[in-house]
Design a protein around this ligand. Structure first.
Ligand code: UD1
Ligand code: CA
Length: 466
């Protein structure tokens, strides 16, 4: 097997995005466009991945270096193209980074949805000796390079601006993806000139050199336009995002996931689902999320970096974000509506978290309940604890965070403040409205609030006569 070295062109300006952000860093499904291409290249077990940067090079390189580090992957090799004199000139900059013995696979940083299987097909077509081009039929081919054939044989690619009226009728266009032996690529790149309508060095001119040298050129048409669609504008970005999401939704449904509406689901990361999972409309999943058997997700939930175990129900409008620490929702737990689970929230089996309850860096053992308007931060909550409406853990003293321990079977009344560090002993009760600053004994009723008094025959103030 010949080694594959991937070259990703990402130096162009992306004027039509009208953005300060370099085009290839715009996100599709939560990942930079060029990151999709890099990840696909990784799936091919490419020997080298060379990214050609130009516009916004420092920003692009920094972003890709960071994401490689975060994934524990080898960062790509960066090659700068300054100024940008065309796609041929771009690939010329990569020559020193390409060993002669490999297959060069040329990809575009702004064509995010190309699939590994398609690229493997192209590498097979190349077979270490041919120039293999990926083409597609476009209903409206204007702007693209046309594939000029004689019978089956490919003779050249002619850019739209250089094409005559007859050539412009051709609907088969070059997608921007090719595979060829690096040694041949280098030989042909050395012959490029810029005597064309745009005064650019066209990579596509190498096709006519290949033909002139008697090398084999094969062009394979993909039936799948989405894989070769580029992003040049916010409209195209949104269209491709929808196409991606719809594909993702169909794949989930093929695995048995029941989506209320496949057009109203967004997965920006990986979502793995067990059997009989139901997801209502307008849910967004980010990072790594796993849903166990029979999990139900209500409408309008945003869920990131979380593991939700079998039978749990997440009611509508719930926000879960595990960030790095993760969130875990136990079997049969009920969360929401309008709940918020933050990093380090670990809910045991059958836990109930109700509306307007926030949980951060806290463990709730099986059967614990916090059903209304509450905050649990840096807390360890025992089994079957009932945590009243409006109660909070005061976990932050302005400088440091402290833990609250609520032992099993405690009943915390409404509107309590548990000032950490503090422990509420097992089976104890905290009277509503208490501010608890000292540990409480097991089994005791603890009350810490102003004593109630009643003033008899109290006369309310009256309005003064005018
Ligand atoms: C190119 C092809 C055209 C093909 C089309 C598919 C050439 C000459 N033409 O068109 O046949 O149908 O892609 O989309 O290759 N880039 C650089 N440096 C440069 C110029 C471009 O890195 O100097 C990068 C861009 O960032 C982009 C890619 O190369 O990722 C393609 O450039 P773009 O201008 O979009 O394509 P065209 O040259 O118009
Ligand atoms: Ca161009």
């Amino acid at each position: 097997m010949t080694a594959v070295d991937v070259v990703i062109m990402a130096a162009g300006k992306g004027t039509r995005m009208k953005s300060r952000l370099p085009k290839v860093l715009h996100r599709l499904a939560g990942r930079a466009l060029v990151q999709h291409v890099i990840d696909t290249a990784a799936g091919l077990k490419a020997r080298h991945v060379v990214v050609i940067t130009g516009h916004g090079a420092p920003e692009v390189e920094a972003a890709l270096t960071r994401s490689a580090a975060a994934a524990g992957a080898t960062p790509p090799v960066f090659v700068r193209q300054e100024p940008q004199l065309g796609t041929g000139h771009a690939v010329q900059q990569a020559v020193p980074a390409l060993p002669d013995d490999g297959i060069a696979l040329i990809l575009n940083g702004d064509v995010p949805l190309i699939e590994a299987a398609t690229l493997r097909g192209l590498i097979t077509d190349c077979a270490g000796k041919r120039l293999a081009l990926l083409t597609v039929d476009m209903p409206d081919p204007s702007g693209y390079g046309r594939i000029i054939r004689s019978g089956d044989a490919v003779l050249a690619i002619v850019e739209h601006k250089d094409a005559d009226a007859q050539q412009r009728q051709i609907r088969e266009i070059y997608t921007g993806v090719m595979a060829l032996p690096a040694a041949l690529l280098k030989r042909w790149l050395a012959r490029l000139t810029n005597d064309n309508s745009q005064g650019e060095y066209y990579l596509t001119d190498i096709v006519k050199f290949a033909v002139a040298d008697g090398a084999d050129v094969v062009a394979t048409k993909t039936p799948d336009k989405v894989q070769v669609d580029g992003v040049n504008s916010p409209v195209q970005l949104a269209e491709l995002e929808r196409a991606y999401q719809l594909r993702h939704a169909r794949t989930l449904m093929d695995h048995g996931v029941r989506l209320a509406d496949p057009a109203r689901l967004d997965v920006r990361g990986t979502l793995s689902c067990g059997q009989d999972v139901e997801i209502d409309v307008n849910c967004v999943f980010e990072g790594s999320v796993s849903l166990g058997d029979g999990v139900r997700i209500g409408a309008n939930c945003v869920i990131a970096n979380a593991t939700i175990l079998a039978g749990a129900v997440i009611h509508p409008f719930t926000h879960i974000d595990g960030e790095k620490a993760g969130v875990r929702v136990g079997e049969g737990a009920l969360v929401g509506p309008f709940a918020r689970l933050r990093p380090g929230a670990q809910l045991g089996a059958e836990v109930h978290i109700g509306n307007f309850v926030e949980v951060k860096n806290s463990t709730l053992a099986a059967g614990a309940k916090a059903n209304h308007l509450a905050y649990l931060g840096d807390a360890t909550v025992g089994e079957r604890v009932n945590y009243g409406a409006g109660s909070i853990t005061a976990n932050y003293d302005g400088a440091n965070k402290h833990r609250t321990v609520i032992e099993a079977d405690v009943h915390v009344g409404s509107n309590c403040v548990l000032v950490a560090p503090v422990t509420i002993g097992a089976g104890g009760t905290v009277g509503g409205g208490s501010t608890i600053t000292k540990d409480t004994p097991a089994g005791a009723l603890s009350v810490a609030r102003g004593k109630q008094i009643s003033v008899a025959n109290w006369e309310r103030p009256k309005k003064a006569p005018k």
